[in-house]
Every structure is written in C-alpha cells, then in structure tokens.
Write a protein that binds this ligand. Structure first.
Ligand SMILES: Nc1ncnc2c1ncn2[C@@H]1O[C@H](COP(=O)(O)OP(=O)(O)O)[C@@H](O)[C@H]1O
Ligand SMILES: [Mg+2]
Length: 449
C-alpha cells in the first residue's frame, strides 16, 4: 500500500464541501447539522497519473456500431435508462430507507442473471436475509451470486475471480476501504469507494449499480457527493404508506435525463406500472374544487397527475403555506401572481398543496395547474375532470410555452381528456380542444363559462 498523508477536515455530508472548522450550518448547501469531522486521506498520485494517450481526429474514432444494451427485465425501466444498460456504465440509485431499492435491484439482478453472471454485494443484510427476500419476490437464478461483505478490497478480489457482468453494491455507505482511516459512510470513504468501483467498471466493461442511502439525520454521506462520479443517477421516490414508487433519472450520460419509471410495490416485489396516468388518476374525485389534472413530464414520458389545493381561512397571524411535491418558493410566487392577476385576497387564507402520488415535481409547466387549483379552491368551483392545464407563469401573469407540449397533449388525448389549456400555437386538435392561454387573467373567463 502506498504511503498516504492524513489531515483533519470538516466535511458536509450533504454536499461534500470542506471547511477548516465546524459549524452548525453548511454555508454552501444551507443544511443544518451535516458537518462532521473527518480524517481526510490524501492518496499520492501515481507516477503514471498523467495519461499518455494521444489526441485523435473525431472522424477517426471507432464507434461500436449498434452496441448491445442490457435489459433490466422491466420494460419501463429499460425505457427510462434509454434502452437498458451500457457496458461499463455506473449507475447510482438513491432513496430513503425502506423505499424499495434492494427489492427492485434484487429483481433486476435476477432478470439479468438469466443470461449473464451477476454479483449482488450487500453490506447491509446477511445472505440469509437476502434469501428470504429472494424467496418472497420469486428470485432463484443459478447465475446470481450473493456476497455479504463490507471490505472494498475483499469485494474487488471476489469480483476479480468471479468475473461478473453486472454488480450491485448495496449500499455504498456500508462499504469501506482499508487504505483510508476515516469511518465507513464518511464523505472520503464513499467518494473513494465510488471512484474505485468506477475505475474497475470502466476498465473491465462491467455494469455497476451503486445504492446510495438518503439519510438526513445520521452522520453518513449523502448520495449527492457522488453524482459527478457516476454516469447515471436515479432517484427513488414515493409516498410512505402507499405502494407506488417512482424511479426518476436525474442524470444520464447514455440517454436523456428526466425520464421516469413507475412501480407498484406489493408483497411479491416491484411490479411495473405501464400506464401511470390511469394509475395516478384512479382516485381523482369528481366535481370537487381544488383538483386539477396536469400532464407532467421532465423527460419524454408524460404522466397525468392530479394537483390538489386547499384554500381555507386562517386562524393564525401569518397564513400557512404548505406543499407536498411542489417547491414552497414556487408556491409563494404563484400565490402572489394569482392574487394580483385574478384580484383575490389570499392574505387571510391558509394554502395547502398536494401532488397526488408522491411525485416531486420539478417541471416549470406546473405553474398554471397550480394557479388554477388555488383559484378553483378559493372560488369553490370545480374544474371539469376532462380538462388539463400546463404552462409556466411569469411574474407579470403571462403564461409561457413549455417543452414537450405535443407529447403532453398526446397523453391527455390518450387518456380521453377533451380540453387542454396551454400556451401553444397551432397543434393537432383532433379529438381534443387545445385552448391557447396567454395570460393568467383568462382563467376568470374559464370559470365564468
Ligand atoms: N414480508 C414482507 N411483505 C411485504 N412487504 C415487505 C415485506 N418485508 C419488507 N417489505 C417491504 O419492503 C420494504 C423494504 O424494501 P427494501 O427494498 O429493503 O428498501 P431499501 O432497500 O430501499 O431500504 C419495506 O418498507 C416493506 O414495506
Ligand atoms: Mg436496502
């Protein structure tokens, strides 16, 4: 082992920023109580650090014609990843404990093990625990190997001998390298372990999936510090107490980001939901105010979701603004624009927002349905359930066009909706009425008609 230098630093577990001294709040990402003291190990760069490769004209670089993508065994997941995994790809799957990361990845491992060699490394559960889950979700493949270990050096040795095509590391925070002094789960450890995994994946062409636990309270490093080290970042979301789970692709070097796959978690494991729109709208109330359909997308797959608003009289000196699934700052801005453009007073009203299905919406097109839901609840007039809204709203109340408009309208049509309000020019109007809306003030007329 090479001689290493050590020093003490203070690192934020959330964003990985380093500080000379401890403080209660990270001045970079703004989170509280995430800074911990760590022994940082500086590993000397090897003599061959500077690569000896030569530049090549782009026209002479050999591309592998139609390289094979490896299927996960789930149609929706393959599509979200841009057609499956690519040789040497490193994927980070993050999510809160209990969301179903291990369940999904064990099933994916088993699907891949049908014709590839797969290793599932678990630092969290014993082989016995994994076999119980495997039985429950119906996994039994000869080519699926389970390794319960936490030492990176041991794991890499096993991989060297076994030569798998696909490896899952569950989770990165439990695996540690003996060449570092700092404890497992610290920022230096997870970064180092991740870079080692990436190194071997790239050199051997092995596909690696790394599980990153999201745990805000503990002193373990968050998956955010690893995002730049991997090819693909997938985030697992869902509402506690409900079965549906959404895997969102937030970064992908081998496909577009913003894609997502929806699952239903049952006692038999993860089942893919191939028609998420009808799934999310299945419990939409008829004739109730404050409920609006929104064709949501951050990638090429739109999904109809229901945005709910409840506007009620406040009993506090400062009215409450609560939101689940939509950024609270966005809610404040849209509320202010709604007040001015629609000439209503919300200063003495509490506003509660919910995106049904537990999706975290990061799509600017949510502005219009959000404004409509607030107004609908305020006036206590329902929006017809065959009507959808999408569009970004500017501070002067103008409604702006957004990307993927045609795909959104198509999805509305597919789901049998009859009217869509959006800022669009001329689009296919067959079987659906697309109303061009340019200003939020036009909403008043819609409610009048
Ligand atoms: N016997 C069981 N029957 C049904 N669901 C179970 C059973 N055991 C565990 N689960 C579900 O599986 C979830 C754990 O999923 P898991 O894949 O271990 O999550 P993660 O790896 O993200 O922490 C639990 O939240 C629980 O809802
Ligand atoms: Mg797990």
């Amino acid at each position: 082992m090479k001689k290493v230098k050590q020093r003490t630093v203070f690192i934020c577990n959330e964003c990985g920023s380093k500080f000379p001294a401890w403080s209660g709040r990270c001045s970079n990402c703004g989170t509280y109580n995430t800074i911990t003291e760590e022994i940082e190990t500086v590993i000397p760069k090897s003599e061959n650090f500077y690569s000896k490769s030569q530049p090549t004209p782009i026209t002479q670089i050999k591309t592998r014609e139609n390289f094979q993508r490896l299927s996960t065994g789930y149609k929706n997941l393959d599509e979200a990843f841009g057609g499956g995994f690519v040789e040497g790809q490193v994927v980070l799957v993050s999510g809160e404990p209990g969301i179903g990361k291990s369940t999904l990845l064990l099933k994916v491992s088993s699907n891949i093990a049908n014709d590839k060699k797969v290793l599932y490394v678990s630092g969290e559960e014993s082989e016995h625990q994994i076999s119980i889950r495997a039985k429950r979700i119906g996994v039994s493949q000869q080519n699926l190997y389970i390794l319960s270990d936490v030492s990176l050096e041991n794991i890499l040795e096993v991989i060297d001998n076994l030569k798998p095509d696909f490896v899952v590391f569950d989770s990165i925070q439990t695996i540690y390298s003996q060449s570092l002094e700092s404890v497992a789960g610290s920022v230096s450890q997870v970064k180092y372990v991740c870079s080692k995994i990436t190194e071997f994946s790239k050199s051997k062409g092995v596909i690696s999936v790394i599980v990153g636990q999201v745990n805000k309270e503990g002193a373990i490093a968050g998956p955010k510090v690893l995002e730049h080290l991997v090819d693909t970042v997938a985030q697992f979301e869902g509402e506690k107490g409900y079965g549906y789970r959404i895997l969102k692709i937030i970064k992908n070097r081998f496909g577009s980001s913003g894609e997502m796959a929806v699952f239903n978690m049952t006692d038999r494991g993860m089942e893919e939901v191939l028609d998420p729109s009808s799934f999310f709208l299945s419990e939409k109330p008829e004739g109730k105010s404050g409920s609006v359909i929104f064709p949501y997308t951050e990638g090429s797959k739109p999904v109809l979701v229901e945005i709910q608003a409840l506007v009620s009289k406040t009993f506090y000196p400062v009215p409450q603004r609560r939101s689940q699934g939509i950024d609270i700052n966005k809610l404040s801005i849209i509320t202010a624009v709604v007040e001015r453009e629609l000439k209503i007073n919300l200063k003495d009203k509490d506003i509660f927002i919910n995106v049904v299905g537990g999706i975290e919406i990061d799509d600017p097109a949510v502005d219009l349905p959000l404004a409509v839901a607030i107004y609908s609840s305020y006036r206590d007039i329902s929006v017809p359930s065959d009507t959808a809204f999408f569009g970004e709203i500017g501070l002067t109340g103008e409604v702006r066009g957004v990307y993927f408009s045609d795909l959104r309208i198509k999805e509305c049509k597919k789901m049998g909706l009859k009217r869509v309000f959006a800022s669009v020019k001329s689009l296919d109007q067959e079987n659906i009425k697309v109303e061009n809306i340019r200003s939020l003030s036009q909403i008043k007329e819609i409610f009048r008609s």
